[in-house]
Design a protein around this ligand. Sequence first.
Ligand code: ADP
Ligand code: MG
Length: 399
Amino acid sequence: MHIHEYQAKGVLKSFGVPVPEGYLAVDIEGAGEMAARLPGPVFVVKSQIHAGGRGKGSFKELGEGAKGGVRLARSIAEVREHAAEMLGNTLVTIQTGPSGKQVNRLYVEDGSQIEKEFYLSLLVDRATSRVSFVVSTEGGMDIETIAHDTPEKILTFSVDPATGILPHHGRAVAKALELDGDLAKQAHTLVAKLYTAFTAKDMEMLEINPLIVSKDGQLKCLDAKVSFDSNALARHLDIFEMRDESEEDAKEIEASKYDLSYITLDGSIGCMVNGAGLAMATMDIIKFYGAEPANFLDVGGGATAEKVAAAFKIITADPNVKGILINIFGGIMRCDVIAEGVITAVKEVGLTVPLVVRLEGTNVNEGKKIIAASGLNVIPADDLDDAAQKIVNAVGGLN
Ligand code: ADP
Ligand code: MG
């Protein structure tokens, strides 16, 4: 689960991590009032969306030449002007995709005077089963670009969970960032606090870009991007309450209510499959025959007719879906249950695109009979290869 920058900074602050003073605003009036609480003379107005690259982003409604989603202001009047241009408008950044995200919340922050900008992140490294640090002197840039162009400027190390964070980790970070004296000391404490916050809150990723040295010699987190392990949210209700559903894909939220593993993709063929491995194989073979899947969907092993119907509705509600492939291997899941679920859903929402069904396994004959007797316009398929070719042909091949 992702949270907004202002929420992430709140969490970090509670662990003693240095962040600039700032306040949330949801309207122009509020933005002015929040700025008045800050010392000034420089304020920063920051669009709160679940995506990075805001500073270099642009607003759809404002056209070329307008400023991005993170702006400096030198007076309260200017804060209000920026708020008026940002709120309700759609910010497009390299991370939002072309459709962008609507800005509904602003964070009004004390403007820092920046001496240096660094990159620092923590993440769960699955290869070592440990929490890893990624540190670079090249702040404010994409870490992917640094990794590609100047990999020697990145330090990574992982922390042994048996010992936890140790002084030498802090020293390694200070050295990589070429900090000494008081700033090195600040780096030591920062590293320990970030690690504590990360593990205490079951974070999945914590990215500070940029971490800065201010002109008055303070190490501060100017940006914070945090995501949490969704499986651990049950023990962090304070974090769970920060969820902003308006930032999430509506189809994925609906799918999560039925405990379906669903992820929206860019293609045109909706897939309903049981088992993550079979779902991936199905997506691969659709691509092999020249089309693209519109989603990943694993209805799970023991799905009920109700769950299948919900899954079918989510797929058909997507305007990008030009054809549907149902590929089910009946193991624990019975093919007749799938067939009933599909028919219930079709009766309710209708079917306007071609549907290919491939059933195999437990009660396959009953399943096929149910579908045949329903009178639905279903294209039956014998195996995965046949099914993929039929659906790709039905939607007109390449997309
Ligand atoms: P994003 O990564 O989404 O573009 P950031 O929070 O990193 O958003 O802001 C973009 C840039 O704006 C930063 O790299 C930094 O240079 C500047 N900036 C952000 N917050 C402040 C602040 N409080 N004071 C001064 N400059 C800031
Ligand atoms: Mg940033």
